[in-house]
Design a protein around this ligand. Structure first.
Ligand code: HGY
Ligand code: MN
Ligand code: MN
Length: 414
């Protein structure tokens, strides 16, 4: 493959890489990257993003839902906008490219337009979504769902691990809880998100870039098991109603179910046990289940099977189970015109256009319910993500930005 990447595009990629490194310093946990939604680190990151926009002569602001938004006008004021962006909140002990790459690449595209004073037929809006991971509150995609006019009703009443209401955290952050349902972005005509692949396919194919065909549907559960706390020393095994032992058996049943189908995945990422003392039989266990599949019918069937296993094991062990669906997103198919535009942009770089599905969820799923949306993937080493070892190469960083920038110039919004 002979790449046709200009020196200016290489330089822009180097600037983006440096900015990603600087951005990674905005963390709530020194020594690792943890930037939960509406946290002090998120606030510092948002301020830096706004500052970089200002340096480029572009006014940016925090919207009522905690997203940072900015607009580069088209040739005619008020022209429909192509929106670019991704999220800047992270999981705990995160990698520095998940979300941040797409948000800062979007900023780099607008910086370039502003530096040249270049006006396109469409406006370009950029967004740094504030709550994609759902790592702090038991809700997710609230920033992008706000722009899609679909803000989850139960979100603001959620409390985080220290009892802080999302409503209060949002107000303190500079958002406006009373206006989160007024943000539907009617002026936006289409949305494109650049994001690291977070999987091994592009690396296995020896390709730096890919185009997302579809995004897996996802169901997120919160499961509570109530048994009976008891003395670890005096209670015979057969008389126990051990909530954690029940959770452990359920976890293995979920894993067995997911293993029965090639592209069905199920994960128990968080497990809490009460009272959490070495000499007390757990009376309560609380855990998350993350279930995904490319086809909604298969995910729904898997959920039904898992629900039945939870009830059967709970009954057999004399514990009570409560199962709440805290997030559900149907599988999403990317817009064919955007896929075609990204294909052209990637091929103009001298690269083959590889279509691939996304196992990870993205803000694109939320915006895509409202407007045509698509995604550009950038290869990441070993497909590792949600892990500080997440990494991309300088050249792939530049290629992703160049493809996005070329797409933005060529895409016809209306
Ligand atoms: O969980 C996901 O798929 C995304 O990284 N939030
Ligand atoms: Mn992400
Ligand atoms: Mn993520």
């Amino acid at each position: 493959m002979t790449l046709s990447l200009s020196d200016a595009e290489r330089a822009a990629g180097a600037r983006l890489m440096a900015r990603l490194d600087a951005f990674a310093a905005f963390t709530d946990e020194p020594g690792r990257l943890t930037r939960l939604s509406l946290s002090p680190a998120h606030k510092r990151a948002a301020a830096a993003f706004i500052g970089w926009c200002a340096e480029a002569g572009v006014a940016a602001r925090i919207d009522a839902a905690g997203n940072v938004v900015a607009r580069w006008e088209g040739r005619t004021a008020g022209a429909p906008a192509l929106m670019l962006g991704s999220h800047i909140d992270t999981v705990r002990d995160a990698g520095r490219y998940d979300g941040n790459y797409g948000a800062l690449a979007a900023l780099a595209v607008v910086e370039e337009l502003a530096a040249r004073g270049e006006r396109l037929d469409h406006a370009v809006e950029i967004v740094a979504f504030g709550d994609e991971e759902g790592a702090r509150y038991r809700t997710t995609l609230t920033g992008s769902r706000a722009l899609a006019g679909d803000y989850p009703e139960d979100a603001l009443g959620q409390k985080d691990a220290s009892g802080v209401l999302m409503r209060d955290a949002l107000a303190a952050f500079g958002g406006d809880p009373n206006r989160v349902t007024t943000l539907r972005a009617d002026h936006v005509a289409a949305f494109v998100e650049a994001h690291i692949e977070q999987g091994p396919v592009l690396e296995a194919d020896g390709l730096p870039l890919g185009i997302v065909s579809a995004i897996n549907g996802a169901t997120r559960l919160e499961v509570g098991l109530d048994g009976v706390a008891g003395h670890a020393g005096t209670t015979p095994m057969l008389l126990r109603r051990d909530a954690f032992a029940a959770a452990a058996e359920i976890a293995l049943a979920i894993e067995r179910r997911a293993r029965t189908e090639a592209d069905l995945v199920a994960t128990i990422g968080r497990m809490e046990v009460w009272p959490g003392a070495a000499n007390v039989i757990p009376g309560h266990a609380q855990f998350s289940v993350d279930l995904r599949a490319p086809l909604d019918a298969r995910r729904e069937a898997a959920f039904a099977g898992i629900r039945a296993s939870i009830d059967a094991i709970a009954r057999q062990r004399g514990v009570t189970a409560t199962v709440a669906i805290i997030h559900e997103a149907a599988a999403f198919t990317c817009d064919p015109r955007i896929v075609a535009g990204l294909t052209k942009a990637i091929e103009s770089l001298g690269l083959p256009a590889r279509l691939l599905p996304s196992g990870a969820g993205h803000d694109t799923m939320a915006i895509g319910r409202f407007r045509p949306a698509g995604m550009l993937f950038v290869r990441c080493k070993g497909g590792i993500s949600h892990n500080p070892l997440e990494s991309i190469t300088l050249e792939d960083c530049a290629l992703g930005l160049a493809a996005l920038s070329r797409f933005v110039r060529a895409f016809e919004v209306a």
